[in-house]
Design a binder for this molecule. Structure first.
Ligand SMILES: Nc1nc2c(c(=O)[nH]1)N[C@H]1C(S)=C(S)[C@@H](COP(=O)(O)OP(=O)(O)OC[C@H]3O[C@@H](n4cnc5c(=O)[nH]c(N)nc54)[C@H](O)[C@@H]3O)O[C@H]1N2
Ligand SMILES: Nc1nc2c(c(=O)[nH]1)N[C@H]1C(S)=C(S)[C@@H](COP(=O)(O)OP(=O)(O)OC[C@H]3O[C@@H](n4cnc5c(=O)[nH]c(N)nc54)[C@H](O)[C@@H]3O)O[C@H]1N2
Ligand code: SF4
Ligand SMILES: [Mo]
Length: 725
């Protein structure tokens, strides 16, 4: 087929006018006059494309169906009319001047035909010469479910790649590994109502005031005057709002939860009936706990006896206790076992499967959960296993693709792909909606590695990202709001987001870029029925049949829209609006239906502070106005006003005094990898011996050390040794 002849037609079709269906209801606003000059005539629904809270937004449209403003949706069951600054500013990044508007080959604008021919020729040549394992893709938790499934299917089944991972490795891999082993499936069990229903809420390595502000609003709606405990080395915004703060020493969480388990067993605060009926491995766990008498470990935890006992007693006395963890747990050298230590506590105290309980991992990106289930990276699409013949057969049938196109082994993990490039085994890389040259650990190394590639493609909304600047080929992508599809939020709610703005120039929705590649690669016949996001969604529903994440009960996008999204599982006949909490029947997804106690002795941190590098560097989110590598939020003048203009290093007054550092002084922060500059902010939110940098500045990951948890292969971003001054 002569592709270049068909191309204008294809692009027109892909980037065409917005559909009438978008105009869903007459405009109704309760917020007085709107700042925009044009009066909105209708409203479309979207789920926010930043964090995993998944707030519902109403997008105000002009008569052409173009977005002119937005307000949070008061009817949406997640946010009930609230949004954080990023949600309110969600449209602004779409109009940034540095949007990628044409494909760029070595920095020069080219048309899509040229870009597609180069893309296919280069990847084909590498694969012909070096085999299928010599190329890889890196996907994301920030494109639609239908898009990530298309990408995973196209790359692996269509193009024949074996390796593909995503930025969810930096983020959720630990929770995935922990849940799979403990529960038999990657299944965060909660619903947001649990924030409102418990009497004790424990946040471990999580700072929702900044990172999940609207989840935090749900906590504030809890009428039970709950005890809120924050386990975090820093006195974060969340810790300040809590009733108890446990400022443990960094990476002592595993020890803390073993000490807690020991204390609960010793004082009879466990639920023997629950343990006997629904779990395996408890006896061995009790035996293992002998070494964890709390009184022997207070110094290693950095806690006083009083702090520990208050914490333990609060949990023991709670009727409904929930445990919420995020990156302070997932990003560590023994992260998977730490997550499982939290799960163990919920199991032994019977705090699971009831309102206001649970061992609950909060996800990060808007579609991190979609990526876990449908990206076809670590798992075969739909939470299946590449190594199982029956799973391959089932997926092949549901997707109508030849079974022999499905790789029989899982992909290399992100860090192994990086290593593969470093060692010259991987020569071609396609990176979609992630900015590794800023966000990956130990940045100098990743930048050197990316520059070794024979062919490096970046598909992004902006041509200016740190990664796009290193790419041979940049493919311009439409962003949130410029395309349609679904996201899955932290409480497993599948929500729909509509197209409310036209992408600039030649930029195309990722969905259509994948269709174009399928055409040029010559595998379009495999995806003949993958014509629209909704058509793909229907296919994916079929794939989930019989899985814990089954969603065959959803009757199309309209049903999702009218119910304010739906939580998985939803099987035919299930009541659609009902809130879904997992494990209410005490049945887990393991072969015998029992959850498993998993445990292992704590290990020393890989890079402890020493005389030369005496401080521990913690990293994380800075403000609710900043999103990761700032490619989107950095484009909003309003959001820029809500965070410091320079990189701030938080340091305790004692350390500052010893180093003769004044507040506001520019200082060098050095690790064994690099030295960067930041402005000192003297703050008692830190403990002596620890400093904090937000991850949003591109310099920060120059300092971090490439260490991963052995089970999840998630990087340990939150611990390395540095010196200041
Ligand atoms: N504004 C904003 N919101 C976001 C994001 C964003 O970039 N900006 N990103 C989203 C994404 S993808 C994610 S994954 C989430 C992340 O959400 P969070 O995990 O809540 O955010 P972080 O700040 O990375 O880390 C949380 C806390 O872990 C603490 N910590 C560090 N080391 C340890 C330790 O050893 N033990 C314990 N217990 N705590 C420790 C840090 O001090 C920090 O306060 O946020 C999501 N929401
Ligand atoms: N030091 C330190 N480093 C960290 C962390 C930490 O706590 N500390 N946290 C880690 C975590 S949890 C995460 S999740 C990662 C995040 O790291 P990244 O994924 O690298 O961060 P983002 O800035 O969100 O990058 C997303 C990219 O996708 C582009 N994009 C947005 N929407 C679309 C779209 O629809 N289509 C396409 N094609 N592109 C799009 C954006 O412009 C941006 O370049 O960072 C990790 N890095
Ligand atoms: S809390 Fe998260 S989902 Fe809600 S508006 Fe803010 S960034 Fe968007
Ligand atoms: Mo994340």
């Amino acid at each position: 087929m002569n592709m270049s002849a068909r191309l204008p037609e294809l692009i027109r079709a892909f980037n065409g006018p917005m559909t009438k269906e978008l105009v869903l209801e007459p405009a109704k606003f309760g917020l007085g006059s709107l700042p925009s000059r044009t009066q909105p005539v209708s409203v479309a629904h979207a789920v926010c494309g930043f964090c995993s809270t998944g707030c519902g937004l109403k997008i105000h449209l002009d008569e052409k169906g173009q977005a002119i403003n937005l307000t949070p949706n008061t009817q949406y069951p997640v946010n009930l009319g609230m949004a954080c600054p990023k949600g309110w500013e969600a449209l602004t990044p779409l109009y940034a001047p540095d949007r990628a508007t044409t494909p760029l080959l070595h920095g020069e604008a080219v048309d899509w035909d040229t870009a597609m021919q180069v893309f296919c020729r280069k990847f084909e040549a590498i694969m012909d010469q070096h085999g299928r394992e010599s190329v890889a893709f890196l996907s994301t938790g920030q494109i639609m479910v239908e898009e990530m499934a298309f990408l995973g299917a196209l790359a692996k089944f269509g193009m024949g790649m074996v390796h593909g991972d995503g930025n969810t490795r930096q983020c959720m891999a630990t929770a995935v590994a922990a849940y799979k082993e403990s529960f038999g499936f990657d299944a965060p069990p909660y619903t947001y109502a649990d924030y409102e229903q418990g009497d004790v809420l424990v946040f471990i390595g999580a700072n929702p005031c900044i990172a999940h502000p609207i989840m935090w609003q749900r906590v504030l709606s809890n009428p039970n005057q709950p005890e809120i405990i924050v386990v975090d080395p820093r006195k974060t915004e969340t810790a300040m709002a809590a009733t108890q703060h446990l400022p443990i020493l960094p990476k002592s969480d595993l020890l803390l939860f073993y000490c807690l388990a020991h204390w609960l067993v010793k004082h009879g605060h466990v639920k023997p009936e629950y343990i006997a009926a629904h779990t395996n491995g408890y006896e061995g766990f009790c035996e293992f706990l002998k070494d964890y008498a709390p009184e022997q470990h207070y110094a290693s935890l950095g806690l006083s006896e009083q702090e520990f006992l208050k914490f333990a007693e609060t949990i023991a006395n709670g009727k409904t206790v929930s445990f919420w963890w995020t990156m302070g747990v997932n990003q560590g050298h023994e992260a998977t076992r730490t997550a499982q230590a939290i799960i163990n506590i919920a199991l032994m105290t019977g705090n699971i499967g009831r309102p206001g309980t649970g061992a609950n991992s909060i996800t990060g990106q808007c579609n991190a959960m979609g990526s876990r289930l449908f990206s076809n990276t670590t798992n075969l699409i739909g939470g299946h296993d590449f190594t199982k013949a029956e799973h391959r057969a089932k997926v092949a049938q549901a997707l109508d693709i030849p079974e022999d196109r499905i790789p029989q082994k899982p992909s290399l993990a992100y860090d192994q792909i990086v290593q593969g490039i470093e060692e010259g085994r991987i020569k071609g890389l396609w990176m979609i909606a992630t900015n590794a040259a800023h966000s990956w650990i130990q940045q100098k190394r990743i930048r050197e590695v990316l520059q070794k590639l024979d062919f490096f493609v970046v598909q992004d909304m902006y041509a200016t990202t740190e990664s796009a600047q290193l790419a041979h080929l940049v493919l311009p992508a439409a962003g949130w709001g410029e395309k349609e599809g679904t996201f899955i939020n932290s409480e497993r709610r599948i929500g729909i987001s509509r197209k409310v703005s036209r992408a600039p120039g030649q930029a195309l929705a990722d969905f259509h870029i994948f269709r174009l590649i399928a055409e040029y690669w010559g595998c379009a016949s495999m995806f003949r029925s993958w014509t629209s996001p909704e058509a793909v969604f229907e296919r994916l529903q079929q794939v989930t049949k019989g899985q814990p994440c089954e969603i065959t009960g959803i009757e199309g996008y309209d049903m999702l829209e009218s119910h304010g999204g739906m939580q998985w599982p939803l099987r035919p006949g299930d009541e659609p609006g009902k809130e879904r909490r997992l494990f209410e029947d005490g049945k887990y997804y393991t072969p015998d239906g029992r959850a498993k106690f998993v445990y292992e002795a704590p290990r020393a941190v890989p890079e402890p502070p020493d005389a030369e590098y005496p401080l521990v560097l913690l990293t994380g989110r800075g403000t609710s106005a900043q999103w990761h590598t700032q490619t989107r939020t950095g484009k909003s003048a309003i959001l820029r006003k809500l965070h410091p203009a320079v990189l701030m290093l938080d340091i305790h007054p004692e350390d500052a005094l010893a180093l003769k550092i004044r507040d506001g002084q520019m200082v060098a922060v050095s690790s064994r990898r690099a030295s960067i500059t930041a402005q000192a902010r003297i703050s008692t939110t830190m403990r002596p011996g620890q400093v904090f940098l937000p991850m949003h500045d591109a310099q920060v990951n120059q300092l971090t050390l490439s260490v991963v948890d052995p089970y999840s292969r998630q990087p340990s971003y939150k611990h390395c040794a540095v010196r200041v001054g």
